[in-house]
Design a protein around this ligand. Sequence first.
Ligand code: ZN
Length: 89
Amino acid sequence: MSKLYNPFILSDGNKPSCMQMLQLILDGEASHEQEAYFKSHMDQCSPCFKSYSLDIKIKELLKTRCCGESAPTELIEQIKMQISQNATS
Ligand SMILES: [Zn+2]
């Protein structure tokens, strides 16, 4: 089986952790190649999938709620808590 080339691998040959990959994606700093790789990675990696969907949910929430006010931090923390509880169970 040919392994999918990992565009996240750093120039020193180190493979970044899920969190590092996720961070790049969520910051919008990932290349198209990296995004595509991450999407297929997410299919097999439920922590990544959960964190990613969590971020999407938060962004949607902020979009619908935010009227120039600051982000509802408490709400975000609440959602994060729920998701991490689900992830560890
Ligand atoms: Zn992962």
